[in-house]
Write a protein that binds this ligand. Structure first.
Ligand SMILES: [Zn+2]
Length: 477
C-alpha cells in the first residue's frame, strides 16, 4: 500500500510500526455548525480508517476537540453564554453530524479543557530543555532552537520569517516564536499553571494529546491542507523537542479543501451549507459519493449538480445491493474476485476512491444485468455491500430515492396524468408508474406524449428499451 506523505513529498510504502495503526486527526473547534468542508475531511479519514481495517490492521483513532479557543470565547460573549456551554452545544451538534454522515466514531476524543495537566507537563518539559520560555505570564516556543523547523511545509525559517513580517509581539524573542500557554485576560476562562492563570495554545494541545494517547510516534496524522503550516509544523517542533524521538509522525496525510465555484454560489451558499442541510437534502450516501469521486488531495468544488448526480449514483448502487425482490435463479456469472482486486488496487494507490467507486458502479451494472437475465447474484450483491461499506456507503433502502427533478406538474406539456410526487414514492415505483403512463399513451398512439415521458426519464438518468415482452428500464452510467 502506498500513501502520499506530505513530509517526504512522495508516495511512500505504508509500513506501520506494529499491527495496530496509531492514527490522529485534528478535530473541531466547536463554536459554530459544521459545514460541508468539515464533512469532507472527516469522511476522508473515516474511509482511510475503514480501509486499513478492511486490510486487516487494527486502528487506534484519536481525534481531539478544541473546546477552549479565542473563537469560542468571542462567540460565547456575543451570545452572552458561558464558553463551556457554547462548546458543549456545538460538540453535541458535531457528533450528530458525524453520525448522520455515517462516520465511525474515533476511539478517543480528548478535550483540551480535560487535558490541562498533560499540556502543562509538556510545556514545562520544553522549558526545561530550553525550547520554550515564559514571558509576561505566557509561554512561547523558541523556534530557532529547532534546526529542521519547516521540514513539513518544505520552507526555510528565513523565508517564513520574511513572510511573517512584523507579526512579532513585544514579549517574543523572535517573530516566528509561537504561544504554548496564553496568560488569561479579564473575563476569560483560566486554569492555574506554574506561569500564572491562563489557557493552552492550540498547537500544544495536539502534541500533548497525541503523546498521551498514542505514544511518541504516530503512524498517521491527518488534517486539511490548511493545517500544514503553521499548525502541523509546530506540532512536529513541540513533540520532537519534548520526546527527543524522531519522527513524531511517520505519514502525514492532508486532504484538499472544499471550494465554492461561481461567485453567485459562494454568496448564496458559501460556508453556510451546513452538514445537516446537505444530509437532509441529499442523504449521506450521496454526499460521500460526491466527495469520494475526487481524489482526497485535490480541491473539491461544491456543486449542487454534482450532488444530484451523486444521488442518482447512490440510487444505482442501492438498487444493485438490495435487489428487486423478484424470484430468480440463484447464480449468474459475476466475476467477483476481479472487482475486489480492482478495488484493492485502487485503494492501495494512495486511497484512489474515485477508481474504487468506478469499480463499484461497474459491479452494480453487472449485477443488474445478471438480474435482468433471470439470475439472483446473491454473492455479488453481498460483496458489493462489503466494498461499499469500506467507503462508508450504507446503501440502505430508503423511501426518498430519485427526486422528481424536471418532471412537469399536472397539466404542463400536455402530460395530464403525471403529478409531482415530492419524493413520496420510491424510485422504482415512481419510474414504473411513468413507464405505465407512457405505454398507455403508446397504445393510444399519442406518440408525442409518450416521447415526452421518455425524455423526462432520460433526464433522470433512466434508459428505456422496448422489447417484445414489454418495456425494460435501467439506470444509465
Ligand atoms: Zn492538531
Amino acid at each position: 500500500m502506498k500513501i502520499y506523505n506530505t513530509l517526504s513529498g512522495q508516495k511512500d510504502e505504508f509500513l506501520p510500526q506494529g499491527d495496530e495503526v496509531r492514527m490522529y486527526v485534528c478535530g473541531v473547534t466547536p463554536y459554530d455548525n459544521c459545514h460541508i468542508g468539515h464533512g469532507m475531511s472527516y469522511i476522508i479519514f473515516d474511509v482511510i480508517r475503514r480501509y486499513l481495517q478492511f486490510r486487516g490492521y487494527r486502528v487506534k483513532y484519536v481525534q481531539n476537540i478544541t473546546d477552549i479557543d479565542d473563537k469560542i470565547i468571542d462567540r460565547a460573549n456575543q451570545l452572552g453564554i458561558p464558553p463551556r456551554e457554547l462548546a458543549q452545544k456545538y460538540t453535541n451538534g458535531y457528533f450528530e453530524n458525524m453520525d448522520a454522515l455515517n462516520i465511525g466514531r474515533a476511539d478517543i476524543y480528548p478535550r483540551a479543557t480535560e487535558e490541562i495537566p498533560k499540556i502543562i507537563e509538556v510545556i514545562q518539559g520544553l522549558i526545561d530543555k530550553g525550547y520554550a520560555y515564559p514571558a509576561g505570564g505566557s509561554v512561547y516556543f523558541r523556534v530557532r532552537n529547532v534546526a529542521d523547523y519547516g521540514k513539513l511545509a518544505h520552507r526555510s525559517l528565513d523565508s517564513m520569517r520574511a513572510a511573517e513580517g512584523a507579526m512579532g509581539s513585544e514579549e517574543k524573542e523572535d517573530p516566528m516564536d509561537f504561544v504554548l500557554w496564553k496568560a488569561s485576560k479579564p473575563g476569560e476562562p483560566w486554569w492555574e499553571s506554574p506561569w500564572g492563570r491562563g489557557r493552552p495554545g492550540w498547537h500544544i494541545e495536539c502534541s500533548a494529546m497525541s503523546l498521551k494517547y498514542l505514544g511518541d510516534t504516530l503512524d498517521i496524522h491527518g488534517g486539511g491542507q490548511d493545517l500544514i503550516f503553521p499548525h502541523h509544523e509546530n506540532e512536529i517542533a513541540q513533540s520532537e523537542s519534548f520526546t527527543g524521538v524522531k519522527p513524531f509522525v511517520k505519514y502525514w496525510l492532508h486532504n484538499g479543501l472544499v471550494q465554492f465555484g461561481e461567485e453567485k454560489m459562494s454568496k448564496s451558499l458559501g460556508n453556510l451549507i451546513t452538514i445537516k442541510e446537505a444530509v437532509d437534502k441529499y442523504g449521506a450516501d450521496a454526499i460521500r459519493i460526491f466527495i469520494l469521486s475526487s481524489h482526497y488531495r485535490s480541491p473539491l468544488t461544491y456543486s449542487e449538480e454534482g450532488l444530484e448526480a451523486a444521488e442518482r449514483g447512490a440510487d444505482r448502487l442501492r438498487q444493485a445491493a438490495q435487489g428487486n425482490g423478484k424470484e430468480a435463479k440463484v447464480g449468474g456469472k459475476v466475476d467477483i474476485e476481479t472487482y475486489r482486486q480492482r478495488f484493492i488496487e485502487a485503494m492501495d494507490d494512495d486511497f484512489n476512491t474515485a477508481q474504487a467507486l468506478a469499480t463499484l458502479f461497474d459491479l452494480a451494472r453487472e449485477i443488474n444485468r445478471a438480474n435482468e437475465a433471470g439470475y439472483e447474484p446473491e454473492e455479488a450483491r453481498k460483496r458489493l455491500s462489503e466494498m461499499a461499506d469500506v467507503l462508508g456507503l450504507a446503501l440502505k433502502p430508503t423511501r426518498k430515492l430519485v427526486r422528481p427533478v424536471g418532471i412537469p406538474s399536472a397539466g404542463e406539456s400536455g402530460v395530464p396524468t403525471i403529478r409531482q410526487t415530492s419524493g413520496e414514492i420510491g424510485s422504482e415505483e415512481y419510474i414504473e408508474n411513468l413507464i405505465r403512463q407512457r405505454n398507455e399513451h403508446r397504445q393510444a398512439k399519442q406518440w408525442q406524449l409518450a416521447d415526452d415521458i421518455r425524455a423526462k426519464l432520460d433526464e433522470l438518468g433512466i434508459a428505456l428499451e422496448d422489447t417484445p415482452k414489454g418495456t425494460v428500464w435501467k439506470h444509465k452510467r
